[in-house]
Design a protein around this ligand. Structure first.
Ligand code: RP5
Length: 167
């Protein structure tokens, strides 16, 4: 993993519980690798609704451009954040409750009613990492350094593929 560049945070990573951090830190790590500043917070749509709203309402004024929101079970968090800000919200469904294998969280993000979208990624660590890459792709539209970092990331990923499965 490359050394993180110190930059002002532009991506907010919000998760519903501290128990989500082991997965959601993938998003922070990928953003670090790309030199994208991020801030991580535990805030819940049902346990701390007022604190969540107050936090989200500060984001645009503080220069944030994208929100990544991870939650498990019925996972109202990404949809609630998307209802509170017009910044792009990328949802990561988590296996929080275990009982339904994350299908509950997937549906709560994918099935947002018309008007308030949540761009939904894969379940768990893959989704958290991809949310970071997608956030970087959004930022890269107006930031050449991030665009270059993303191109380098892909080139490295391509070079790491070994065609011989027995090698
Ligand atoms: C959701 O409930 C969280 O996002 C987490 O995935 C799940 C379980 O939370 P804890 O009971 O571990 O705090 O709100």
């Amino acid at each position: 993993m490359q050394k993180a560049r110190k930059t002002a945070p532009v991506v907010s990573i919000v998760m519903g519980s501290k128990s989500d951090w082991d997965v959601m830190r993938q998003a922070r790590d990928v953003l670090n690798e790309l030199g994208v500043g991020a801030e991580a917070k535990v805030l819940s749509a049902h346990r701390t609704p007022r604190k969540l709203a107050a936090y989200v309402e500060t984001l645009r004024g503080r220069g944030f451009k994208v929100v990544i929101a991870g939650a498990g079970m019925s996972a109202a968090l990404p949809g609630t954040i998307a209802a509170l800000t017009a910044l792009p919200v990328l949802g990561v469904p988590l296996e929080g409750g275990k009982a339904l294998g994350a299908i509950d969280a997937v549906l709560s993000m994918v099935q947002m009613p018309r008007g308030i979208p949540v761009g939904t990624l894969a379940v768990g660590k893959s989704g958290a990492g991809n949310a970071a890459l997608l956030a970087a792709a959004i930022l890269a539209l107006s930031d050449k350094k991030i665009a270059k970092a993303l191109d380098d990331f892909r080139a490295k990923q391509t070079a790491a593929v070994v065609e011989d499965p027995e090698a």
